[in-house]
Write a protein that binds this ligand. Structure first.
Ligand SMILES: [Zn+2]
Length: 257
């Protein structure tokens, strides 16, 4: 399986899936460890940065590019949890031009990224390449988990329950809209560390269920919505948006094949 984004969500996902003994874990993240993120990115410590714990850091050097790459540090850290599994760090920024090559060796993708543009990219490639995808997002004291099993659920692969774009109808063809949604729906500075810890742990558990082919897991038409303010967990039933451009284009393409 491949974890994309080794941050607040990716930290618990990687630690617990390594502990569970998942045979091969890829870690894709191009970013460096940053001091201001360590409170929620529990894979890392201040010693992975150039931050001087004893001196004056007013020049901001604690966050410069000399800090270690998150994928490399994460790989070492989870290898210390479980040295008997294969771990592949990938220090690359995922993009439209490299996504196919990066995800090819993996059957299950776990989207722990913090921006909507990458989430759409991962969703679309998961559908086209027939991969299972567990995606999660957090916002302040809430989180959501979606399961798109395009490899292991035929009905979902045929978009019977719609797609990610059905949920965000304006997102994929309006870059301004995507960036607005990024600030509203993703991990950003000021997030309390418990929130990605809880949502990431639930996301990782859901991924493990998919890997182990358990029957009891999120259904393909369900979104798990977790409100950590009121402590309510709700299942939202997704319905296909019949005017979703992405669904219509994909099904038209499939019909012509
Ligand atoms: Zn759709």
């Amino acid at each position: 399986m491949l974890v994309i984004g080794a941050g607040g969500l990716g930290s618990p996902v990687l630690l617990y899936l390594a502990g569970a003994g998942v045979g091969h874990i890829g870690i894709c993240d191009h970013d460096t460890v940053r001091v201001e993120n360590i409170h929620r990115q529990i894979l890392y410590s201040i010693y992975d940065t150039t931050y001087d714990t004893t001196g004056d850091n007013s020049d901001g050097k604690g966050n410069d590019n000399q800090s270690l790459k998150k994928a490399d540090v994460a790989a070492k850290r989870i290898a210390a949890v479980n040295p008997w599994i294969k771990i592949t760090p990938i220090v690359r920024e995922i993009s439209a031009s490299n996504i196919n090559e990066i995800i090819r060796p993996y059957q299950l993708l776990i989207d722990c990224t913090d921006n909507m543009q990458t989430k759409f990219l991962l969703h679309d490639e998961a559908l086209h390449s027939k991969k299972d995808l567990i995606t999660a997002a957090i916002s302040l004291l809430a989180g959501e988990i979606h399961s798109f099993l395009y490899a292991s659920n035929e009905e979902q692969a045929n978009l019977k329950f719609g797609c990610f774009h059905c949920l965000w109808p304006a997102g994929h063809n309006d870059p301004d809209n995507i960036s607005n949604k990024t600030s509203n729906t993703s991990i950003s500075d000021g997030v309390i560390g418990f929130v990605p810890a809880i949502i990431g742990a639930m996301q990782g558990l859901e991924a493990l269920k998919v890997l182990l082919k358990w029957n009891n897991k999120l259904r393909p038409d369900e979104t798990l919505s977790v409100n950590l303010s009121s402590m309510e967990i709700t299942k939202l039933y997704r319905v296909k948006n019949n005017s979703c451009r992405f669904c219509l284009l994909y099904q038209k393409k499939k019909a012509n094949e």
